[in-house]
Design a protein around this ligand. Structure first.
Ligand code: NAD
Length: 321
């Protein structure tokens, strides 16, 4: 049984599949050549991350395809319901990358609180000529310990972020219309501390948080949850991070509120127009940036590969048993 891992798969995932007698091909086939490649090579499984899209026309054109796997969480690049209606198994790896995304958000927040991202841009250019000027410019940092972080979307990543924030001595508040409360576990020096967090209203979070981090899916109507009205409710000098999906914060409103000083810094791992985000966001002096790499750690990729392999093996064992 042949599987095409079009956006790659961690070696451990490939190895586990091969031990179970699957043949795994990791070459990247261009989107427009995928249908031919799948049909000509008799691939029964197609594994993707976010780069390859699997739409209705591809599904209709590849009758031999039995499984589509998404390494990661968001399945917006796959027509999931349509594939399932054609008896194609669709799987993803929702838990594998939560910790990596949470760690990246903490890195952004620490970096923003101390201007590290901007300092790294300016020091190579004018660190020699303008050292004192830069020292003054970046000399108004804030601490995370004791500050309040508001987490919007209290699922896997939101709760993982809460564990890091609590571990750093931050106060955590959260908003999630579908999660009334959650117990967050923090492992410290071989002990596990459990903290119960009861979610609050969006308005309460917006008015109380010093830091805000987005960890929800896109709204069904595609609109942003955070726009000018929501920014107006936030504390002056708030720091806001988004590592969920580009559209959950209105990017025009974000730029306007950064320019007015209402928002001190933003941290973005995701953008509305990926893979061609707006240049005014990328060049903004108050935005810490990463190119959608929240889940891009060796550990997360290994967990994703292992989880995909075990789900594929279980699935084909079950249907052939
Ligand atoms: P999850 O499903 O575990 O959690 C999402 C939470 O959002 C759920 O608890 C849900 O109830 C809540 N939610 C839904 N609608 C909401 C709303 N209108 N307001 C507030 N909360 C709402 O998902 P997750 O694994 O925690 O992932 C969260 C987001 O992160 C997703 O958008 C996912 O695509 C994204 N993500 C990004 C990266 C990255 O590389 N940056 C990696 C993985 C996931």
């Amino acid at each position: 049984m042949k599987i095409l891992a079009n956006d790659g798969i961690a070696p451990i995932g490939k190895e586990n599949l091969e031990k179970a007698r699957f043949q795994v091909i990791t070459e990247t086939v261009a989107q427009e050549d995928l249908v031919n490649a799948i049909n000509e090579n008799g691939y029964i499984g197609l594994l993707v991350r976010s780069a390859t899209t699997v739409r209705k026309d591809l599904i209709d054109s590849c009758p031999g395809l039995k499984l589509i796997g998404r390494g990661g969480v968001g399945m917006d690049n796959i027509d999931v319901e349509y594939a399932r209606s054609k008896d194609i198994k669709v799987i993803n790896t929702p838990a594998a990358s939560s910790q990596s995304v949470a760690e990246q958000v903490m890195a952004h927040l620490f970096g923003a609180a101390r201007f590290i991202y901007d300092s790294n841009r300016k020091m190579p250019i004018s660190g020699v000529s303008d050292f004192k000027k830069l020292k003054k410019k970046y000399g108004k940092g804030v601490e995370l310990r004791g500050a309040t972080i508001g987490i919007i979307g209290f699922g896997r990543i939101g709760q993982s972020l809460a564990s890091y924030a609590l571990g750093c001595g931050m106060n955590v508040i959260a908003y999630d219309p579908f999660v009334p409360n959650a117990t967050v576990k923090i492992k410290v020096a071989n002990q596990t501390v459990k903290v119960d967090i009861y979610t609050t209203s969006l308005d309460d979070l917006l008015t109380r948080a010093d830091f805000i981090s987005m960890h929800m899916p896109m709204l069904f109507d595609g609109n942003a949850l955070i726009g000018n009205d929501e920014f107006a409710k936030m504390k002056d000098g708030v720091i806001i991070a988004n590592a969920s999906r580009g559209g959950v914060i209105n990017e025009d409103a974000l730029i306007a509120n950064l320019d007015s000083g209402k928002v001190a810094h933003a941290a973005l791992d995701v953008f509305t127009n990926e893979p061609t985000p707006r240049e005014d966001l990328l060049k903004h002096a108050k935005i810490s940036l990463t190119p959608h790499t929240g889940a891009a750690t060796a550990e997360a990729q290994d967990r994703i590969g292992e989880e995909l392999a075990s789900q594929i093996i279980n699935h084909f064992n079950t249907i052939t048993a």
